[in-house]
Design a protein around this ligand. Structure first.
Ligand SMILES: [Zn+2]
Length: 326
């Protein structure tokens, strides 16, 4: 796909187009970001632009090379992922890929390989990749995708150009979902809850999501420091396993972000289907207080992600949220 079809990563794409024009693309890239934010699309678009003979810094989308990549059957592109039912990318798979890269390209100016996800390389496959990253056979382009570059061997990281992808904004997810044919109302429901991942947005169970959203809004509405039991009840009811708690925190983030928008005088919110509830959050506290809570929710999310106890983290957060004296 041409770069113009990729949403939300304008700065990264500008850098890539500039390096394509100057003939200065790196040998090895490491694309870091949440799965579903557009890393693989961008990797394929970069390869497509590199292979396309019609344009210097983008894919034309219509030449035979562009069409083969679009159809997923270009003979010079290799995708390396764990085999079905296997945890790791094995050293055998890696050697096979290295052998492929050492052959002359069939039709493209060079070969290309995408390793997804790179954190599934085990120690021996990662180690045998080092030499390839340093001097790719036949000038091949190698792109590693990862959720977290910190999970890779430092020797792998240091041999790649690191590109950090931000999660998609709810607005971008919304328009990608609508492009994919999802009904606007459903898209508006899932876009704010997917943590910037189109993939997650497509996976979310809409009906039960609507129910959970109601539960969270009602929990937030009832929190009152003078009825302390309600606070702990809400935490008890809403916390679950780590994934459920992270989803809850994503919802809270999106509600408070909207409340801050309203408080700052902007009428544009992403949770427009539950506007009255958001207005009530916005009017209950001052703008600085809602900004502070937004920051607290971010902190809590980071802590839960780093293995803090979900229930205790929520107790702490909800106590703070319920404290109306501040
Ligand atoms: Zn083309």
């Amino acid at each position: 796909m041409p770069f113009a079809d990729i949403l939300g990563h304008d700065r990264i794409i500008e850098v890539m187009r500039r390096s394509l024009r100057g003939g200065k693309t790196a040998h090895s890239y490491l694309f870091e970001g949440v799965p579903g934010c557009g890393r693989k699309k961008t990797a394929l678009a970069l390869i497509q632009a590199l292979f396309c003979s019609a344009l210097p810094d983008d894919a034309c989308g219509v030449c035979p090379s562009c069409r083969k990549i679009e159809g997923g059957n270009h003979p010079d592109i290799h995708l390396l992922s764990p085999l079905p039912d296997k945890r790791d990318i094995s050293v055998d798979q890696l050697r096979e890929m290295q052998r492929e890269l050492s052959l002359r390209p069939y039709e493209a100016p060079r070969k290309a390989c995408i390793i997804d996800p790179a954190e599934r390389l085990n120690i021996s496959s990662a180690n045998s990749l080092l030499k390839t990253l340093e001097e790719p056979p036949g000038n091949a382009l190698i792109i590693l995708l990862t959720e977290n570059a910190g999970m890779l061997l430092s020797t792998v990281r240091s041999r790649c150009q690191l590109i950090r992808f931000a999660p998609l904004s709810p607005e971008h997810v919304l328009s990608l979902l609508e492009r994919s044919g999802m009904a606007s109302e459903t898209a508006a429901l899932v876009a704010p809850m997917c943590g910037g991942s189109l993939q997650k947005a497509l996976e979310l169970d809409n009906e039960s999501l609507a129910t959970r959203r109601e539960a969270v809004l009602s929990g937030v509405g009832q929190m009152n420091i003078n009825r302390i039991a309600t606070v702990f009840d809400a935490a008890e009811e809403l916390s679950g396993n780590r994934d459920a708690t992270l989803e809850l925190l994503d919802m809270l983030l999106s509600f408070f972000r909207d409340a801050v928008h309203l408080g700052a005088g902007s009428g544009e919110i992403v949770n427009s289907l539950v506007r009255p509830a958001i207005e009530s959050i916005a009017s209950k506290r001052s703008l600085p207080r809602n900004l502070e809570l937004l920051e607290r929710i971010y902190e809590t999310r980071r802590a839960v992600q780093r293995n803090a106890n979900p229930k205790l983290s929520l107790d702490h957060l909800f106590m703070n949220m319920a404290d109306g004296s501040r």
